[in-house]
Design a protein around this ligand. Structure first.
Ligand SMILES: O=c1ccn([C@H]2C[C@H](O)[C@@H](CO)O2)c(=O)[nH]1
Ligand SMILES: [Zn+2]
Length: 128
């Protein structure tokens, strides 16, 4: 059984580390590996805007660089009262390592969330 509450809480905590002086939009993500390890990430912006890294990819790249390549679930949270969902670039980055059943918890700032699978968020993803 996945502890979704813990995943959301860790995403909320790492959101505090976000570097977002340009958009002011802070995001935190927590990625659960099949090993049971949880990898966190925040968004990191840059004066050259496209250089910005989203919270989801920060968490994913940290995980892969630590040796984990298989994942179960990801929680994403911002300061918004609305649910936050991963951008298209992050969906494709996740699709490299995660199957269609991978669970994505899109959270409100208060911790409420809705879950969709990667297959639902990125149908017919590119791969070769
Ligand atoms: O799911 C999302 C959506 C946006 N951002 C970041 C990128 C940028 O720093 C800021 C505004 O787009 O939010 C994320 O980290 N994850
Ligand atoms: Zn993204």
């Amino acid at each position: 059984m996945i502890d979704f509450g813990q995943l959301v809480q860790m995403a909320q905590m790492v959101k505090e580390k976000a570097y977002a002086p340009y958009s002011g939009f802070r995001v935190g993500a927590a990625l659960l590996g099949k090993s049971g390890m949880i990898y966190t990430g925040c968004n990191i912006e840059n004066a050259a805007y496209p250089v910005t890294n989203c919270a989801e990819r920060t968490a994913l790249f940290k995980a892969v660089s630590e040796g984990e390549q298989e994942f179960l679930a990801l929680a994403v949270v911002s300061d918004s009262a609305d649910y936050v969902s991963p951008c298209g670039v992050c969906r494709q980055a996740l699709a490299e390592f995660c199957g269609t059943d991978f669970q994505i918890l899109m959270c409100r700032s208060n911790g409420d969330y809705k879950i969709m699978t990667l297959g639902e968020l990125l149908p017919e993803s590119f791969g070769f």
